[in-house]
Design a protein around this ligand. Structure first.
Ligand SMILES: [Zn+2]
Length: 130
């Protein structure tokens, strides 16, 4: 049976998961172009230790966002920095979208896990028939 394609990066659970993203940058100086072009790839909640913001402030945080920049590189931004730098309304729109997408993708992942179990369930059902 065909499975759902998961389009959002799920399960960012450590700082090294962020560091593994293509061209991950740790000291991004934002300019207007970057502010306009950055998009949220995925929300994260990483703890218990604080992780540094990828912008020049390096402020420690637990909840934030993986961002993709116009040149295809990535960085991360804490929740508060994100809304300070990208404008609260713009950022909260993207935040809502990212969270809704994350929920939908998690549902798809659960369905995929169930689909994987179908052959085993069929086998068990057949043994019960006999
Ligand atoms: Zn910051």
């Amino acid at each position: 049976m065909r499975k759902f394609e998961i389009s959002l990066l799920l399960g960012l659970s450590s700082y090294s998961d962020l560091e593994e993203q293509p061209g991950f940058r740790v000291d991004v100086r934002l300019d207007e172009d970057l502010k306009r072009s950055a998009i949220i790839v995925a929300p994260y909640n990483i703890g218990p230790d604080l992780i540094p913001c990828g912008l020049t402030c390096h402020r420690g945080h637990n909840r934030g966002y993986l961002l993709r920049l116009a040149d295809g590189t990535h960085t991360n931004v804490g929740r508060i920095c994100g809304s300070n730098h990208f404008g609260a309304s713009n950022f909260s729109e993207q935040e809502k979208l990212a969270k809704a997408t994350e929920r939908a993708e998690k549902h798809k992942q659960s369905i995929n896990e169930l689909l994987e179990k179908i052959p085993d369930y069929r086998k068990r059902a057949n043994t019960l028939k006999n």
